[in-house]
Design a protein around this ligand. Structure first.
Ligand SMILES: *[C@@H]1O[C@H](CO)[C@@H](O)[C@H](O)[C@H]1NC(C)=O
Ligand SMILES: *[C@@H]1O[C@H](CO)[C@@H](O)[C@H](O)[C@H]1NC(C)=O
Ligand SMILES: *[C@@H]1O[C@H](CO)[C@@H](O)[C@H](O)[C@H]1NC(C)=O
Ligand SMILES: *[C@@H]1O[C@H](CO)[C@@H](O)[C@H](O)[C@H]1NC(C)=O
Ligand SMILES: *[C@@H]1O[C@H](CO)[C@@H](O)[C@H](O)[C@H]1NC(C)=O
Ligand SMILES: *[C@@H]1O[C@H](CO)[C@@H](O)[C@H](O)[C@H]1NC(C)=O
Ligand SMILES: *[C@@H]1O[C@H](CO)[C@@H](O)[C@H](O)[C@H]1NC(C)=O
Ligand SMILES: *[C@@H]1O[C@H](CO)[C@@H](O)[C@H](O)[C@H]1NC(C)=O
Ligand SMILES: [Zn+2]
Ligand SMILES: [Zn+2]
Length: 371
Protein backbone atom coordinates (compact mmCIF):
# COMPACT_ATOMS: atom_id res chain seq x y z
CA UNK A 1 0.00 0.00 0.00
CA UNK A 2 1.29 3.41 -0.91
CA UNK A 3 1.34 5.83 2.00
CA UNK A 4 0.27 9.34 1.15
CA UNK A 5 2.01 12.36 2.69
CA UNK A 6 -1.16 13.10 4.61
CA UNK A 7 -1.16 9.67 6.21
CA UNK A 8 2.55 10.03 6.96
CA UNK A 9 1.85 13.27 8.75
CA UNK A 10 -0.81 11.61 10.84
CA UNK A 11 1.47 8.69 11.62
CA UNK A 12 4.12 11.14 12.71
CA UNK A 13 1.75 13.03 14.95
CA UNK A 14 0.52 9.73 16.27
CA UNK A 15 4.00 8.61 17.25
CA UNK A 16 4.62 11.89 19.05
CA UNK A 17 1.34 11.43 20.85
CA UNK A 18 2.12 7.85 21.79
CA UNK A 19 5.54 8.60 23.19
CA UNK A 20 4.13 11.28 25.46
CA UNK A 21 1.50 9.12 27.12
CA UNK A 22 1.73 6.14 29.40
CA UNK A 23 0.39 3.26 27.40
CA UNK A 24 -0.09 -0.32 28.49
CA UNK A 25 2.95 -0.45 30.70
CA UNK A 26 1.16 -3.45 32.11
CA UNK A 27 -2.23 -4.82 31.22
CA UNK A 28 -4.15 -6.83 33.78
CA UNK A 29 -6.16 -9.50 31.98
CA UNK A 30 -7.10 -12.74 33.70
CA UNK A 31 -9.19 -15.69 32.49
CA UNK A 32 -10.93 -15.94 35.87
CA UNK A 33 -10.70 -14.68 39.43
CA UNK A 34 -8.80 -17.67 40.80
CA UNK A 35 -6.06 -17.18 38.24
CA UNK A 36 -5.07 -13.76 39.67
CA UNK A 37 -1.75 -14.11 41.54
CA UNK A 38 -2.09 -12.75 45.11
CA UNK A 39 0.77 -10.35 44.48
CA UNK A 40 -1.30 -8.68 41.76
CA UNK A 41 -4.52 -8.31 43.72
CA UNK A 42 -5.37 -4.62 43.72
CA UNK A 43 -5.74 -2.82 47.04
CA UNK A 44 -9.32 -1.60 46.98
CA UNK A 45 -8.76 0.82 49.84
CA UNK A 46 -6.68 2.79 47.38
CA UNK A 47 -9.64 3.21 45.05
CA UNK A 48 -9.99 6.68 43.64
CA UNK A 49 -12.97 7.87 45.67
CA UNK A 50 -12.34 6.19 49.00
CA UNK A 51 -12.04 9.52 50.83
CA UNK A 52 -15.73 10.22 50.24
CA UNK A 53 -16.66 7.69 52.93
CA UNK A 54 -15.88 10.39 55.48
CA UNK A 55 -18.58 12.68 54.05
CA UNK A 56 -21.46 10.43 55.12
CA UNK A 57 -24.08 12.50 56.94
CA UNK A 58 -23.01 15.87 55.53
CA UNK A 59 -25.74 18.31 54.60
CA UNK A 60 -26.35 21.84 53.41
CA UNK A 61 -24.60 24.60 55.36
CA UNK A 62 -21.75 22.46 56.66
CA UNK A 63 -18.09 23.04 55.95
CA UNK A 64 -16.18 19.77 55.87
CA UNK A 65 -12.76 18.92 54.49
CA UNK A 66 -13.21 16.86 51.34
CA UNK A 67 -16.37 18.60 50.08
CA UNK A 68 -14.33 20.40 47.43
CA UNK A 69 -13.18 17.06 46.02
CA UNK A 70 -16.77 15.86 45.94
CA UNK A 71 -17.71 18.98 43.98
CA UNK A 72 -15.08 18.10 41.41
CA UNK A 73 -16.64 14.65 41.19
CA UNK A 74 -20.08 16.11 40.56
CA UNK A 75 -18.68 18.55 38.04
CA UNK A 76 -17.00 15.69 36.19
CA UNK A 77 -20.27 13.81 35.80
CA UNK A 78 -22.29 16.87 34.81
CA UNK A 79 -24.11 17.65 38.06
CA UNK A 80 -22.32 20.95 38.63
CA UNK A 81 -21.97 23.23 35.64
CA UNK A 82 -18.45 23.24 34.31
CA UNK A 83 -18.67 26.21 32.01
CA UNK A 84 -19.49 28.98 34.47
CA UNK A 85 -15.86 29.79 35.06
CA UNK A 86 -13.34 27.49 33.53
CA UNK A 87 -10.37 29.17 35.16
CA UNK A 88 -11.59 28.32 38.62
CA UNK A 89 -13.21 25.01 37.73
CA UNK A 90 -11.20 22.96 40.13
CA UNK A 91 -10.98 25.52 42.86
CA UNK A 92 -14.02 24.59 44.90
CA UNK A 93 -14.55 25.47 48.54
CA UNK A 94 -15.37 22.92 51.24
CA UNK A 95 -18.77 24.53 51.85
CA UNK A 96 -21.88 22.42 51.28
CA UNK A 97 -23.60 25.15 49.25
CA UNK A 98 -26.81 25.35 47.19
CA UNK A 99 -25.11 24.20 44.00
CA UNK A 100 -23.92 21.05 45.75
CA UNK A 101 -27.35 20.41 47.24
CA UNK A 102 -28.93 20.66 43.77
CA UNK A 103 -26.28 18.29 42.46
CA UNK A 104 -27.01 15.76 45.21
CA UNK A 105 -30.76 15.96 44.54
CA UNK A 106 -30.33 15.34 40.81
CA UNK A 107 -27.89 12.54 41.50
CA UNK A 108 -30.38 10.91 43.86
CA UNK A 109 -33.13 11.13 41.23
CA UNK A 110 -30.91 9.61 38.54
CA UNK A 111 -29.92 6.70 40.76
CA UNK A 112 -33.38 6.00 42.19
CA UNK A 113 -32.41 7.09 45.72
CA UNK A 114 -34.52 9.03 48.22
CA UNK A 115 -34.27 12.70 47.31
CA UNK A 116 -33.01 14.07 50.61
CA UNK A 117 -30.39 16.47 49.25
CA UNK A 118 -28.08 15.17 51.97
CA UNK A 119 -25.16 12.81 51.81
CA UNK A 120 -27.02 9.98 53.51
CA UNK A 121 -25.47 6.56 53.74
CA UNK A 122 -27.16 5.15 50.62
CA UNK A 123 -26.10 8.14 48.55
CA UNK A 124 -22.47 7.97 49.66
CA UNK A 125 -22.44 4.21 49.01
CA UNK A 126 -23.57 4.90 45.46
CA UNK A 127 -21.08 7.73 44.92
CA UNK A 128 -18.20 5.47 45.98
CA UNK A 129 -18.93 2.86 43.36
CA UNK A 130 -16.64 2.69 40.36
CA UNK A 131 -18.40 3.83 37.24
CA UNK A 132 -18.33 4.85 33.61
CA UNK A 133 -16.53 8.12 33.00
CA UNK A 134 -19.13 9.52 30.61
CA UNK A 135 -21.15 12.27 32.27
CA UNK A 136 -24.75 11.56 33.30
CA UNK A 137 -25.76 15.10 32.42
CA UNK A 138 -24.24 16.47 29.23
CA UNK A 139 -24.36 20.22 28.80
CA UNK A 140 -27.06 20.52 31.44
CA UNK A 141 -29.44 18.13 29.74
CA UNK A 142 -30.34 14.61 30.78
CA UNK A 143 -33.10 12.15 30.17
CA UNK A 144 -32.17 10.08 33.14
CA UNK A 145 -34.71 10.44 35.95
CA UNK A 146 -33.67 13.93 36.98
CA UNK A 147 -34.71 15.19 33.53
CA UNK A 148 -38.21 13.70 33.84
CA UNK A 149 -41.20 15.70 34.98
CA UNK A 150 -42.99 12.80 36.64
CA UNK A 151 -41.39 10.65 39.31
CA UNK A 152 -40.15 7.32 37.99
CA UNK A 153 -42.29 4.25 38.63
CA UNK A 154 -40.75 1.65 40.90
CA UNK A 155 -40.73 -0.81 38.01
CA UNK A 156 -38.23 0.83 35.68
CA UNK A 157 -39.29 -1.25 32.72
CA UNK A 158 -42.66 0.46 32.34
CA UNK A 159 -41.19 3.79 31.25
CA UNK A 160 -38.30 4.39 28.89
CA UNK A 161 -35.26 5.88 30.60
CA UNK A 162 -32.72 5.54 27.85
CA UNK A 163 -31.08 8.74 26.67
CA UNK A 164 -29.06 10.17 23.82
CA UNK A 165 -26.26 12.70 23.62
CA UNK A 166 -27.31 16.31 22.94
CA UNK A 167 -28.37 16.66 19.32
CA UNK A 168 -28.86 12.90 19.08
CA UNK A 169 -25.67 12.11 17.17
CA UNK A 170 -25.71 8.70 15.45
CA UNK A 171 -23.95 6.93 12.61
CA UNK A 172 -25.46 8.20 9.35
CA UNK A 173 -27.98 6.02 7.54
CA UNK A 174 -25.56 5.15 4.74
CA UNK A 175 -23.22 3.69 7.38
CA UNK A 176 -24.71 0.42 8.60
CA UNK A 177 -21.62 -1.77 8.28
CA UNK A 178 -19.11 -0.36 10.74
CA UNK A 179 -15.53 -1.38 11.47
CA UNK A 180 -13.54 -1.38 14.69
CA UNK A 181 -9.86 -1.83 15.47
CA UNK A 182 -7.60 -2.18 18.49
CA UNK A 183 -4.75 0.13 19.36
CA UNK A 184 -1.76 -1.88 18.08
CA UNK A 185 0.34 -0.68 21.01
CA UNK A 186 -1.82 -2.77 23.38
CA UNK A 187 -1.04 -6.00 21.52
CA UNK A 188 -4.22 -7.62 22.74
CA UNK A 189 -4.62 -11.38 22.70
CA UNK A 190 -7.22 -13.20 20.61
CA UNK A 191 -9.15 -13.93 23.83
CA UNK A 192 -9.47 -10.24 24.63
CA UNK A 193 -10.46 -9.39 21.05
CA UNK A 194 -13.12 -12.09 21.12
CA UNK A 195 -14.69 -10.41 24.17
CA UNK A 196 -15.21 -7.26 22.11
CA UNK A 197 -16.58 -9.22 19.14
CA UNK A 198 -19.16 -10.75 21.48
CA UNK A 199 -19.95 -7.34 22.96
CA UNK A 200 -20.57 -5.85 19.51
CA UNK A 201 -22.85 -8.76 18.62
CA UNK A 202 -25.12 -7.87 21.57
CA UNK A 203 -25.98 -4.68 19.70
CA UNK A 204 -26.07 -6.02 16.13
CA UNK A 205 -28.57 -8.62 17.31
CA UNK A 206 -31.17 -5.87 17.73
CA UNK A 207 -30.25 -3.40 14.99
CA UNK A 208 -29.47 -3.34 11.25
CA UNK A 209 -25.85 -2.55 12.18
CA UNK A 210 -22.96 -4.92 11.58
CA UNK A 211 -19.50 -4.71 13.14
CA UNK A 212 -16.31 -6.08 11.62
CA UNK A 213 -12.80 -6.01 13.04
CA UNK A 214 -10.39 -4.13 10.84
CA UNK A 215 -6.63 -4.52 10.85
CA UNK A 216 -6.22 -0.83 10.11
CA UNK A 217 -6.37 1.22 13.29
CA UNK A 218 -6.20 4.53 11.44
CA UNK A 219 -9.16 4.02 9.13
CA UNK A 220 -11.48 2.00 11.38
CA UNK A 221 -14.73 3.70 12.41
CA UNK A 222 -14.23 2.75 16.05
CA UNK A 223 -10.91 2.62 17.86
CA UNK A 224 -10.44 0.65 21.07
CA UNK A 225 -7.55 1.00 23.49
CA UNK A 226 -6.43 0.49 27.10
CA UNK A 227 -4.67 3.41 28.77
CA UNK A 228 -3.52 4.55 32.19
CA UNK A 229 -3.95 7.99 33.69
CA UNK A 230 -3.81 10.92 31.31
CA UNK A 231 -3.77 9.55 27.76
CA UNK A 232 -4.15 12.47 25.44
CA UNK A 233 -7.83 13.38 25.48
CA UNK A 234 -7.97 15.41 28.68
CA UNK A 235 -10.08 12.79 30.47
CA UNK A 236 -7.58 10.99 32.60
CA UNK A 237 -8.10 7.61 34.19
CA UNK A 238 -7.69 7.29 37.94
CA UNK A 239 -6.14 3.95 38.77
CA UNK A 240 -7.95 1.06 40.44
CA UNK A 241 -11.78 1.43 40.38
CA UNK A 242 -13.14 4.99 40.16
CA UNK A 243 -13.80 5.46 36.45
CA UNK A 244 -13.42 2.25 34.46
CA UNK A 245 -13.75 3.38 30.85
CA UNK A 246 -15.26 6.02 28.58
CA UNK A 247 -16.33 6.41 24.98
CA UNK A 248 -17.27 9.21 22.59
CA UNK A 249 -20.56 9.77 20.85
CA UNK A 250 -20.75 9.18 17.06
CA UNK A 251 -18.91 9.77 14.86
CA UNK A 252 -15.78 10.04 17.05
CA UNK A 253 -15.70 6.31 17.64
CA UNK A 254 -13.16 6.24 20.50
CA UNK A 255 -13.50 3.63 23.24
CA UNK A 256 -10.95 3.84 26.06
CA UNK A 257 -10.57 1.50 29.01
CA UNK A 258 -8.56 2.01 32.20
CA UNK A 259 -5.59 -0.34 32.00
CA UNK A 260 -5.17 -0.16 35.79
CA UNK A 261 -8.33 -2.20 36.34
CA UNK A 262 -8.27 -5.94 36.91
CA UNK A 263 -10.09 -7.21 33.83
CA UNK A 264 -11.62 -10.66 33.76
CA UNK A 265 -11.78 -11.98 30.23
CA UNK A 266 -13.37 -15.36 30.84
CA UNK A 267 -15.59 -16.76 33.58
CA UNK A 268 -16.17 -14.16 36.31
CA UNK A 269 -17.71 -16.40 39.01
CA UNK A 270 -15.93 -16.92 42.32
CA UNK A 271 -15.01 -14.66 45.21
CA UNK A 272 -12.44 -11.97 44.66
CA UNK A 273 -11.35 -8.79 46.33
CA UNK A 274 -14.08 -6.56 44.96
CA UNK A 275 -12.01 -4.98 42.23
CA UNK A 276 -12.44 -7.50 39.41
CA UNK A 277 -14.39 -6.16 36.47
CA UNK A 278 -15.99 -8.26 33.75
CA UNK A 279 -14.53 -6.93 30.52
CA UNK A 280 -17.43 -7.84 28.26
CA UNK A 281 -19.97 -6.15 30.55
CA UNK A 282 -18.01 -2.91 30.42
CA UNK A 283 -17.45 -3.26 26.67
CA UNK A 284 -21.16 -3.71 25.93
CA UNK A 285 -21.91 -0.52 27.88
CA UNK A 286 -19.22 1.52 26.15
CA UNK A 287 -20.32 0.36 22.71
CA UNK A 288 -23.73 1.74 23.57
CA UNK A 289 -22.06 5.17 23.85
CA UNK A 290 -20.16 4.65 20.58
CA UNK A 291 -23.56 4.13 18.93
CA UNK A 292 -25.14 7.22 20.52
CA UNK A 293 -26.79 6.11 23.76
CA UNK A 294 -26.37 8.07 26.98
CA UNK A 295 -27.00 6.77 30.49
CA UNK A 296 -30.23 5.24 31.73
CA UNK A 297 -31.80 5.22 35.21
CA UNK A 298 -33.04 1.65 34.70
CA UNK A 299 -30.83 -0.38 36.98
CA UNK A 300 -31.01 -3.52 34.83
CA UNK A 301 -30.17 -1.64 31.66
CA UNK A 302 -26.73 -2.01 30.13
CA UNK A 303 -26.63 1.79 29.99
CA UNK A 304 -26.98 2.23 33.79
CA UNK A 305 -23.71 3.96 34.75
CA UNK A 306 -22.58 1.31 37.24
CA UNK A 307 -21.99 -2.41 37.53
CA UNK A 308 -21.05 -4.56 40.51
CA UNK A 309 -17.50 -5.81 40.74
CA UNK A 310 -17.52 -9.45 39.75
CA UNK A 311 -20.88 -9.09 38.08
CA UNK A 312 -21.61 -10.14 34.53
CA UNK A 313 -24.26 -8.06 32.75
CA UNK A 314 -24.05 -8.45 29.00
CA UNK A 315 -27.61 -8.93 27.73
CA UNK A 316 -29.43 -5.83 26.57
CA UNK A 317 -32.45 -4.85 28.63
CA UNK A 318 -35.70 -3.83 26.98
CA UNK A 319 -34.77 -0.21 27.78
CA UNK A 320 -31.48 -0.53 25.86
CA UNK A 321 -33.20 -2.15 22.87
CA UNK A 322 -35.87 0.53 22.72
CA UNK A 323 -33.23 3.23 22.87
CA UNK A 324 -30.96 1.80 20.18
CA UNK A 325 -33.91 0.99 17.90
CA UNK A 326 -35.10 4.58 18.16
CA UNK A 327 -31.78 5.55 16.58
CA UNK A 328 -31.32 2.75 14.03
CA UNK A 329 -34.49 0.68 13.75
CA UNK A 330 -34.67 -3.05 14.35
CA UNK A 331 -32.76 -5.96 12.93
CA UNK A 332 -34.76 -7.24 9.94
CA UNK A 333 -33.69 -10.76 10.89
CA UNK A 334 -34.82 -10.50 14.50
CA UNK A 335 -38.47 -10.02 15.44
CA UNK A 336 -39.74 -7.49 17.94
CA UNK A 337 -38.61 -7.02 21.51
CA UNK A 338 -39.41 -10.42 22.96
CA UNK A 339 -36.30 -12.32 21.97
CA UNK A 340 -34.60 -14.79 24.28
CA UNK A 341 -32.32 -12.10 25.68
CA UNK A 342 -35.02 -10.54 27.82
CA UNK A 343 -36.02 -13.85 29.36
CA UNK A 344 -32.70 -15.26 30.36
CA UNK A 345 -30.41 -12.50 31.49
CA UNK A 346 -26.98 -13.71 32.21
CA UNK A 347 -26.12 -12.38 35.63
CA UNK A 348 -23.74 -13.99 38.03
CA UNK A 349 -22.31 -13.14 41.43
CA UNK A 350 -23.48 -9.74 42.60
CA UNK A 351 -20.97 -9.48 45.39
CA UNK A 352 -19.88 -5.92 45.77
CA UNK A 353 -21.08 -2.99 43.78
CA UNK A 354 -18.89 -1.25 41.34
CA UNK A 355 -19.59 1.37 38.76
CA UNK A 356 -19.04 1.51 35.09
CA UNK A 357 -18.47 5.10 34.28
CA UNK A 358 -18.11 6.83 31.02
CA UNK A 359 -16.79 10.15 29.99
CA UNK A 360 -17.81 12.31 27.10
CA UNK A 361 -14.53 13.44 25.62
CA UNK A 362 -14.21 16.71 23.79
CA UNK A 363 -10.47 17.04 23.28
CA UNK A 364 -9.66 18.89 20.13
CA UNK A 365 -6.29 17.32 19.46
CA UNK A 366 -7.63 13.90 18.60
CA UNK A 367 -9.86 15.14 15.81
CA UNK A 368 -6.90 14.32 13.57
CA UNK A 369 -7.74 10.68 14.05
CA UNK A 370 -11.18 11.10 12.58
CA UNK A 371 -10.11 12.26 9.11
C1 LIG B 1 -8.99 -20.33 35.81
O1 LIG B 1 -8.12 -20.19 34.72
C2 LIG B 1 -7.00 -21.05 34.77
C3 LIG B 1 -6.07 -20.70 33.64
O2 LIG B 1 -6.75 -20.69 32.42
C4 LIG B 1 -7.49 -22.51 34.70
O3 LIG B 1 -6.40 -23.39 34.77
C5 LIG B 1 -8.45 -22.75 35.86
O4 LIG B 1 -9.01 -24.05 35.74
C6 LIG B 1 -9.57 -21.73 35.88
N1 LIG B 1 -10.33 -21.89 37.09
C7 LIG B 1 -11.65 -21.91 37.11
C8 LIG B 1 -12.31 -22.03 38.44
O5 LIG B 1 -12.31 -21.82 36.07
C1 LIG C 1 -3.92 -0.98 51.16
O1 LIG C 1 -3.57 0.38 51.19
C2 LIG C 1 -3.71 0.96 52.49
C3 LIG C 1 -3.45 2.45 52.37
O2 LIG C 1 -2.36 2.71 51.57
C4 LIG C 1 -2.73 0.27 53.44
O3 LIG C 1 -2.89 0.81 54.72
C5 LIG C 1 -3.07 -1.22 53.47
O4 LIG C 1 -2.11 -1.91 54.28
C6 LIG C 1 -3.03 -1.80 52.07
N1 LIG C 1 -3.51 -3.18 52.12
C7 LIG C 1 -2.89 -4.15 51.45
C8 LIG C 1 -3.51 -5.50 51.57
O5 LIG C 1 -1.90 -3.95 50.77
C1 LIG D 1 -11.67 10.13 57.82
O1 LIG D 1 -11.76 10.81 59.05
C2 LIG D 1 -10.92 10.24 60.05
C3 LIG D 1 -11.20 10.95 61.36
O2 LIG D 1 -11.51 12.27 61.16
C4 LIG D 1 -9.47 10.42 59.62
O3 LIG D 1 -8.60 9.88 60.58
C5 LIG D 1 -9.27 9.68 58.31
O4 LIG D 1 -7.96 9.90 57.83
C6 LIG D 1 -10.25 10.16 57.27
N1 LIG D 1 -10.16 9.30 56.13
C7 LIG D 1 -10.08 9.77 54.91
C8 LIG D 1 -10.00 8.74 53.85
O5 LIG D 1 -10.10 10.97 54.65
C1 LIG E 1 -13.20 33.11 37.24
O1 LIG E 1 -12.40 32.76 38.35
C2 LIG E 1 -11.19 33.48 38.45
C3 LIG E 1 -10.39 32.91 39.62
O2 LIG E 1 -11.21 32.55 40.68
C4 LIG E 1 -11.53 34.98 38.64
O3 LIG E 1 -10.34 35.72 38.71
C5 LIG E 1 -12.37 35.46 37.48
O4 LIG E 1 -12.77 36.79 37.69
C6 LIG E 1 -13.60 34.57 37.30
N1 LIG E 1 -14.31 34.95 36.08
C7 LIG E 1 -15.63 35.10 36.05
C8 LIG E 1 -16.21 35.45 34.73
O5 LIG E 1 -16.34 34.93 37.02
C1 LIG F 1 -9.14 29.44 45.01
O1 LIG F 1 -10.13 30.24 45.64
C2 LIG F 1 -9.69 30.90 46.80
C3 LIG F 1 -10.87 31.60 47.44
O2 LIG F 1 -11.94 31.74 46.54
C4 LIG F 1 -8.58 31.89 46.41
O3 LIG F 1 -8.12 32.55 47.56
C5 LIG F 1 -7.46 31.09 45.75
O4 LIG F 1 -6.45 32.01 45.33
C6 LIG F 1 -7.94 30.30 44.58
N1 LIG F 1 -6.88 29.47 44.07
C7 LIG F 1 -6.67 29.29 42.75
C8 LIG F 1 -5.55 28.41 42.39
O5 LIG F 1 -7.36 29.85 41.90
C1 LIG G 1 -35.92 5.73 51.47
O1 LIG G 1 -36.58 6.09 52.67
C2 LIG G 1 -37.41 5.05 53.19
C3 LIG G 1 -38.16 5.61 54.37
O2 LIG G 1 -37.31 6.34 55.20
C4 LIG G 1 -36.51 3.87 53.56
O3 LIG G 1 -37.32 2.83 54.07
C5 LIG G 1 -35.79 3.39 52.35
O4 LIG G 1 -34.90 2.36 52.70
C6 LIG G 1 -35.02 4.53 51.72
N1 LIG G 1 -34.47 4.08 50.47
C7 LIG G 1 -33.21 4.33 50.11
C8 LIG G 1 -32.77 3.83 48.78
O5 LIG G 1 -32.45 4.96 50.84
C1 LIG H 1 -24.21 23.26 24.97
O1 LIG H 1 -25.23 24.23 25.05
C2 LIG H 1 -24.90 25.45 24.43
C3 LIG H 1 -26.02 26.43 24.70
O2 LIG H 1 -27.25 25.81 24.74
C4 LIG H 1 -24.69 25.21 22.93
O3 LIG H 1 -24.35 26.41 22.29
C5 LIG H 1 -23.56 24.19 22.77
O4 LIG H 1 -23.40 23.86 21.41
C6 LIG H 1 -23.89 22.90 23.53
N1 LIG H 1 -22.75 22.00 23.47
C7 LIG H 1 -22.90 20.70 23.20
C8 LIG H 1 -21.67 19.90 23.21
O5 LIG H 1 -23.99 20.19 22.98
C1 LIG I 1 -40.81 -12.99 12.42
O1 LIG I 1 -42.20 -13.07 12.67
C2 LIG I 1 -42.92 -13.62 11.59
C3 LIG I 1 -44.42 -13.53 11.92
O2 LIG I 1 -44.61 -13.42 13.31
C4 LIG I 1 -42.47 -15.05 11.34
O3 LIG I 1 -43.19 -15.59 10.24
C5 LIG I 1 -40.99 -15.05 11.02
O4 LIG I 1 -40.52 -16.37 10.88
C6 LIG I 1 -40.21 -14.37 12.14
N1 LIG I 1 -38.81 -14.24 11.76
C7 LIG I 1 -37.81 -14.53 12.60
C8 LIG I 1 -36.44 -14.35 12.08
O5 LIG I 1 -38.00 -14.91 13.73
ZN1 LIG J 1 -9.80 8.55 26.83
ZN1 LIG K 1 -21.51 5.13 30.29
Amino acid sequence: MKISPKVKLILCIFSIFSSSTSTNAFLHFFPNISSIPPSLLPNTTKSAWNTFTNLSGCHSGQNVAGISKLKSYFRYFGYISNNINTTSKNNFTDEFDDALERAVLNYQKNFNLNTTGELDEETVKQILKPRCGVADIVNGSTTMNSGKVTPPPSNGNTVAHYSFFPGRPRWPSRRRDLTYAFDPRNQLSADVKRVFANAFSRWSEWTPLTFTESGNYFTADMKIGFYAGEHGDGEEFDGVLGTLAHAFAPPRGLLHLDSDETWIVGEISGSGTGAEMDLESVAVHEIGHLLGLGHSSVENAIMFPTIASGMRKVELDRDDVEGIQELYGSNPGNNGTTGPSFGEREVSRGCRDSFMGWILLLAVGLTLFVL
